[in-house]
Design a binder for this molecule. Structure first.
Ligand code: SF4
Ligand code: SF4
Length: 424
């Protein structure tokens, strides 16, 4: 019996299917990550978090629940304010939605022409494959895109789900609605945990989450060096792990990694020779273990220098103002910060185009790959506008539409190799 089998059985995990998933994931990780040359020592921390993702971290969650009575909150979107969760002494985790799971069962409940991320978020629950999902006392959804908000109704038949209403626009009236939603979530989490959120606990939580964002901001500044000191795959993994690990431990480890990156940059060392084409990824989020496109891109001779996505800069670009004195001041600060998230679900969403142009310039990108999950209307619609603006700035871009399957890998490789040749 494996060291976590008893825990997984108690969580009602489908053991044979889970063993199969872990074997595939391990092989995939070995090919994509461990095969890289010249990785930083600090990446061992991420290798450990990933290899133990369903083990050690889940055990920590279980112990926090059993010994300390803490609650675990699962999310699928960066709109759920982690500051409130932490301030109520609960734990927030991003849930698995980056691989096909339980697809056959899912397609009996939601339309086939739904994006892979949505199918996956329902599929992991139906297939009993994710110990994080099974550890959750509550899953907090949001009314972002139509597919997701309807899928939460379906997920709600199998798990405790609570939905936050995210407005569609960002006017002053929308801000009022969003503030009311933040307060509603605060009351919900207080009721669940039995803990009242105070100015002191909220301030502390704001600092914890800001520090996490600042650590990734620091990483992003360092990775623009030439030669590029860290692969896009590793940088994506860091962003992904930020949704699972303890926030303070994660921040400390990312800062250690950044110290190593500084040393590497000072010595002029990189993971790719000077002059390697630099690409920016932009668009839909890449949840664990969705590493397909970064792998194909970097295998095609390019290096990824930034991710304009929710598992990337969109999640860490803006900080929450730390100067609030009262709970209401801090709720206002959270309202402002979260409404700056330039998700394609908003209309209009012109800031996103400006942010992509700024990021392409800051990362000195030679081109932009617009990553779109098949059937994702919001990002597919915005692709045209983004492409037009990039063209005006003479920055080459290519739209890549795909899903979680491996059938299109060769075709993607051919297209991306041609794009890389073009931007050289
Ligand atoms: S892209 Fe939009 S819906 Fe998706 S995680 Fe980001 S904010 Fe949420
Ligand atoms: S990728 Fe697009 S369709 Fe899928 S959940 Fe995100 S916004 Fe919705």
């Amino acid at each position: 019996m494996g060291k976590y089998d008893e825990m997984w059985e108690k969580l009602n995990i489908d053991m044979p299917a889970h063993e199969g998933l872990m074997a595939v994931l391990g092989k995939f990780y070995g090919d994509i990550y461990l095969s890289q040359q010249g990785r930083l020592q600090g990446m061992e921390y991420l290798d450990l978090v990933l290899s133990e993702i369903h083990g050690l971290r889940v055990r920590e969650l279980q112990e926090a629940k059993q010994k300390e009575g803490r609650k675990v909150i699962g999310t699928f979107c960066v709109f759920v304010p982690e500051e409130l969760t932490i301030a109520a002494n609960a734990i927030q985790v991003g849930l698995c939605s980056g691989a096909d799971a339980g697809k056959e069962e899912v397609e009996k409940l939601i339309p086939r022409n739904t994006c892979a991320l949505i199918k996956s978020l329902v599929g992991f629950k139906l297939a009993h494959l994710c110990p994080f999902t099974e550890s959750c006392d509550l899953i907090v959804g949001e009314t972002t895109c139509d597919g997701k908000k309807k899928a939460y109704e379906t997920l709600g038949e199998f798990a405790p789900v609570y939905v936050m209403e995210v407005p569609q626009c960002t006017s002053e009236d929308d801000k009022v609605l969003w503030k009311a939603e933040i307060i509603r979530y605060k009351e919900k989490i207080e009721e669940m945990t039995g803990n009242t959120i105070t100015a002191e606990s909220l301030k502390k939580a704001i600092v914890i989450v800001n520090n996490k964002r600042k650590a990734i901001q620091r990483l992003n500044k360092l990775r623009v060096a030439e030669p590029v000191p860290i692969s896009g795959r590793d940088a994506l993994l860091i962003n992904q792990m930020g949704f699972y690990d303890d926030p303070e431990r994660f921040t400390a480890q990312v800062n250690l990694l950044c110290d190593q990156l500084e040393e590497k940059i000072a010595k002029g060392e990189g993971v790719a020779p000077k002059g390697t084409p630099r690409l920016l990824m932009s668009g839909c989020p890449m949840a664990v273990p969705n590493w397909k496109l970064p792998y194909v891109t970097e295998s095609a001779g390019a290096i990824i220098v930034g991710e304009e996505s929710c598992v990337g800069t969109r999640n860490i670009r803006d900080l929450v103002d730390e100067n609030g004195k009262t709970v209401d001041d801090m709720i206002n600060a959270l309202t402002d910060r979260y409404l700056k998230i330039d998700c394609a679900c908003f209309t209009p969403n012109t800031e996103r185009v400006d942010n992509i142009l700024d990021l392409a310039k800051a990362t000195k990108a030679d081109g932009v790959l617009q990553y779109t999950l098949m059937f994702c209307q919001p990002y597919a619609q915005e692709n045209f506008r983004v492409e037009k603006s990039l063209r005006q700035e003479e920055i080459p871009s290519m739209i890549v539409e795909t899903d979680y399957g491996m059938e299109d890998v060769e075709q993607l490789k051919t297209r991306i190799e041609a794009f890389v040749e073009m931007v050289k």
